[in-house]
Structures are given as structure tokens and as C-alpha cells.
Unconditional design. Structure first.
Length: 311
């Protein structure tokens, strides 16, 4: 059973939309409708300590995403103000704007850094229906490298990178496919569609359209590499349905779907465990549930937490 081990006073004045830990679990970033991003130092022996407030957006901030630390201490944030801002901590512990991405004509709803082996890329999804890619070149140099027009005709709500290496790639270092880099991500939009995108040549192209939802797709989450030969994506929808999509060969695109569960309320967010075997689901009922695939292929709820009753 999941247990609440503590609470964080974020000091935000309005609704909190996202909270993300860095890879080491030492820093927590939060963002809010109050237009700010806040960063906390986390120590298991004492309450989280606020260390920075980042002001630069002119609208609600929807999401934050930590860049992998092998590239530096950088945090990305996206907002209703159509901007994505990259923030960097200097040697004195001060946070400053590093780069501002302004290629969208609508709210930027979702962002995520690629796995480090994929490269220094940030994918961004917007209400204007486009998906853009910010690319880093080292020495704190970033540029807006690609824009995918009409990715979702009624807006992009969520994006999620695939693991760096295809699930079908053997873990044998002597394999000819061992060094294959999997440049793919998945997106979900207001058109009820889930789409898989692949970098081919010099452009991003839609590789697969996954049809199964009947309303706005609110979130998508590509499962981490588990060592198995199947790629797995989870998607959730305003209709309350969570669908699991699995594919044994990405190049053939033979995706199969299974409804994990149909909830009675809208589902807003999905998150895989580091090992990729447990899926956390949160929705409009203010509950977080944890799900695991059984040996028979079905999905079972292994824990439930009601945020209204958390102490």
C-alpha cells in the first residue's frame, strides 16, 4: 500500500500543475498558475527547503522538465504564454534564463527532455497543433531545430520520448543493433489520437496512428526500457479510459491495444515507475492509483491514495 510520507509547502499562490524530481531525488521543481516555477532542495532527514523562485512567464506554467545532469543543471518550463524557458543554475547557486523558445502561436502544454543517449533534445507540444524540437549543441547553445505542423489538428496535450534503444534491440554488445538510437516520441491531442513520431533522414514523420480514444487525450507515457522485447505506451483520455499500447517491432508498427481500466472521471496524468512495471494514474476524482500487469496479461490495481484524505 502506498503511504504519504510528507508534504511540501510550495509557497505557490494558485493551483500547482506539475512537480518533478531531478534524477538524483535531491531537487524538486514545481510550477503553478501563479506564473512561477519554484525549486526545492530535498533531504530525507528534514523538510524540503525552497532555494529559488523563477519568474519569467506571463501566464500559468503547465509543466517542468529536468535535463539529464550529464549535460548540466538545467530546468525547462512551458506556459500558456506560448513560451518555453530553459533555466540554468550557475556556480553560485543562482538560477538564470539560458534560452527562450518562442516558436508557438498557442499555449505550450507539454515538454520533455529526451533520454541522454538519444541526444540533447527537448520536445514541446502546443495548443496551436504543432510539435517543436529544441536541440542543444553543447556550451549552453540551443536552437529551435524542427517544427511539426498539424501534429494534432485541435491541439497537442502531451508528449513523451521513447527509450534510447528499441525494445527489440538485444542487450548483447556484440549485436549489430546494439548502438541503434531510437529517436521516437509519442504525442496525444484534442483530436482523440495518439501518434508515434520517428526521426527519419532530416525530418520527423508520423510512424503510427493509434486509434482507441473517443475524446481529448490528456496524457501519454512511453514506458522505460525494461529489458523485454516489447515497447509499451500508456494513454489516458477525458472519457476516463486508460489504454495500454504494445508493439513487438517498431519498424513494422504492429501496435496492439488493451483497455487497462475505464474510470468514472477524467484521467489527467500517467507516470511509469523507473523499472517500467508500475503505472501511476491520477484523475479528476483526486485519487492516485498504481497498476501492474499480471502474469495473465491483465492489469490489476495494487494501491490507491485519496489526496483529500492524505495526512
Amino acid at each position: 500500500m502506498a503511504t504519504v510520507i510528507g508534504k511540501v509547502d510550495t509557497l505557490h499562490d494558485e493551483m500547482i500543475h506539475d512537480a518533478q524530481m531531478d534524477i538524483y531525488g535531491h531537487r524538486l521543481a514545481t510550477c503553478s498558475s501563479d506564473r512561477s516555477v519554484r525549486i526545492f532542495e530535498v533531504d530525507k532527514n528534514q523538510p524540503p527547503k525552497p532555494i529559488a523562485t523563477l519568474n519569467g512567464h506571463h501566464g500559468p506554467v503547465w509543466q517542468v522538465s529536468w535535463m539529464h545532469p550529464m549535460y548540466g543543471v538545467v530546468l525547462a518550463s512551458c506556459s500558456y504564454d506560448k513560451k518555453v524557458i530553459l533555466w540554468k543554475e550557475n556556480e553560485r547557486g543562482e538560477w538564470n534564463k539560458l534560452f527562450t523558445h518562442e516558436k508557438h502561436a498557442g499555449s505550450v502544454n507539454s515538454i520533455q527532455w529526451a533520454p541522454p543517449d538519444t541526444g540533447l533534445y527537448l520536445v514541446c507540444g502546443s495548443s496551436d497543433g504543432t510539435i517543436s524540437i529544441v536541440q542543444g549543441f553543447g556550451d549552453d547553445k540551443f536552437e529551435s531545430s524542427h517544427v511539426i505542423n498539424n501534429a494534432h489538428t485541435t491541439g497537442v496535450n502531451a508528449v513523451s520520448w521513447a527509450p534510447s534503444h528499441p525494445a527489440s534491440t538485444t542487450l548483447d554488445p556484440s549485436s549489430k543493433d546494439y548502438d541503434t538510437v531510437n529517436k521516437r516520441f509519442v504525442s496525444g491531442g484534442g483530436d482523440s489520437m495518439v501518434r508515434v513520431w520517428k526521426f527519419s533522414g532530416e525530418e520527423w514523420a508520423c510512424e503510427a496512428e493509434l486509434k482507441g480514444h473517443t475524446n481529448w487525450v490528456r496524457d501519454v507515457a512511453w514506458a522505460p526500457d525494461t529489458g523485454f522485447t516489447t515497447s509499451t505506451i500508456a494513454s489516458c483520455c477525458h472519457d476516463g479510459k486508460v489504454i495500454i499500447w504494445q508493439c513487438s517491432d517498431l519498424d513494422k508498427g504492429n501496435w496492439e491495444s488493451k483497455t487497462m481500466h475505464a474510470f468514472d472521471d477524467v484521467i489527467w496524468h500517467l507516470s511509469w515507475s523507473v523499472m517500467g512495471d508500475i503505472l501511476a494514474v491520477s484523475g479528476g476524482d483526486n485519487k492516485v492509483t498504481l497498476w501492474r500487469e499480471s502474469h495473465k496479461g491483465g492489469w490489476i490495481c495494487i494501491s490507491k491514495q485519496d489526496s483529500n484524505n492524505a495526512n
